[in-house]
Design a protein around this ligand. Structure first.
Ligand code: SAH
Length: 344
């Protein structure tokens, strides 16, 4: 059985043709899948029954319900999806008033092995397919409506498990479908793709998508960054920034650098100066992230006061600096805590 979810309008046009349907049928199928959230081909009531039956011989919509929901004391909800081959993937809904942000995964596990991240510790299982990534969005958008009929997913951050640019093709297809008019029709500025600086696919990504971009920096001194982020050895952050400088960040597209502040490790004057040198003149924002303790590591996060002081120093150097409010730590749903290894 092939899956319709995750197919582009072009591919659906081909499928419709092969099934012997008139050309306008493709548009109707796209609408059923991406606008009306159909879960079964038989629901596509404006398609002739014969055609639905024919389609259903080779295709399914391809929806998978989440298998577990855990709710944090602060309202954050974590979801588990089980995909083919017993692959487990997590996603998180973060609520802020009436605004909902979905933190989505792109891989089961991760190859990047950042020293402070729980996903890195579980190793790499496999890439997610576009339909699996979109299924998370679609299912959890429905879930939002169930929770409160006024809620829907407003923002999507590709900050869950995995390195999005290490699964470029499927992530690109997902982004195309999320933003296409025939697809979910979301503004690309409601989507942020976060990367540790996976250079091989960065240019292609920047040239062919319009989403906001976040880069996990965490240390601007290369010799120190490589100790916590192995990616630095293969693809130096200086090269990443050199590439980013070739793009126009003054218009609609936003560039953010994420920086976990560790106590006494990356929070000194030397580190501030290195950040200032690296990002000098680049229109960007720096988002300071509180460290969420990962049991298998010895890292210690900076306390609130130190983070505020660090932010103030960056601001005095002219950087637009914010501090991320971390949510969902009690259910291991916060940044860097997603790992499908059971903890208790
Ligand atoms: N691979 C991508 C997407 C993961 S995003 C990337 O590296 O950007 C998740 C964000 O949370 C990244 O900035 C990551 O560095 C950060 N993170 C990882 N472990 C963390 C932890 N224990 N506490 C806080 N942030 C963490």
């Amino acid at each position: 059985m092939q899956v319709l979810l995750g197919q582009t309008s072009e591919q659906i046009t081909t499928i419709a043709k092969q099934t012997g349907a008139p050309s306008f049928t493709a548009k109707q199928i796209c609408e059923w899948i991406y606008k009306k959230g159909a879960t079964d081909i038989m629901q596509m009531s404006n398609l002739p029954l014969k055609l639905r039956e024919k389609l259903a011989e080779s295709y399914t919509v391809g929806r998978t319900l989440y298998s577990k929901e855990v709710i944090s004391a602060d309202g954050t909800r974590k979801y588990l999806f089980e995909y083919s081959g017993g692959v487990l993937v997590e996603a998180v809904l973060i609520f802020d008033g009436n605004r909902v942000t979905l933190c989505i995964s792109t891989q089961a596990g991760c190859k990047m092995n950042c020293a402070f991240c729980a996903t890195g510790k579980m190793g790499f299982v496999r890439n997610l397919y576009a339909n699996e990534i979109l299924n998370i969005y679609s299912e959890l958008n429905n879930r939002c409506r169930e929770i409160n009929s006024l809620l829907k997913i407003d923002n999507i951050v590709f900050m869950g498990m995995g390195e999005p640019l290490d699964n470029y093709q499927e992530v690109k297809t997902s982004l195309d479908i999320l933003t296409a008019r025939w697809g979910y029709a979301l503004s690309p500025h409601r989507i942020t793709v976060s990367t540790c600086g996976f250079l091989p696919k960065m240019k292609e990504f920047l040239d062919n998508t319009q989403t906001d971009v976040a880069v996990s920096l965490h240390n601007a001194i290369p010799s120190e960054r490589k100790d916590i982020m192995p990616i630095e050895k293969a693809f130096p952050i200086e090269k990443v920034v050199e590439l980013l400088r070739q793009y126009d960040w003054k218009k609609q597209r936003r560039l953010t650098f994420e920086y976990i502040v560790f106590n006494n490790l990356n929070d000194t004057a030397r580190h501030i100066n290195a950040i200032a040198r690296l990002l000098n003149g680049l229109p960007c924002r720096i988002n300071l992230i509180p460290f969420n303790t990962v049991p298998e590591t010895l890292f210690v996060g900076a306390d609130k006061d130190s983070m505020q002081q660090f932010a103030a120093k960056l601001k005095s150097k002219g950087f637009n600096t914010t501090i991320r409010q971390s949510k969902g730590a009690d259910i291991s749903a916060a940044c860097g805590l997603l790992s499908t290894k059971e903890r208790n």
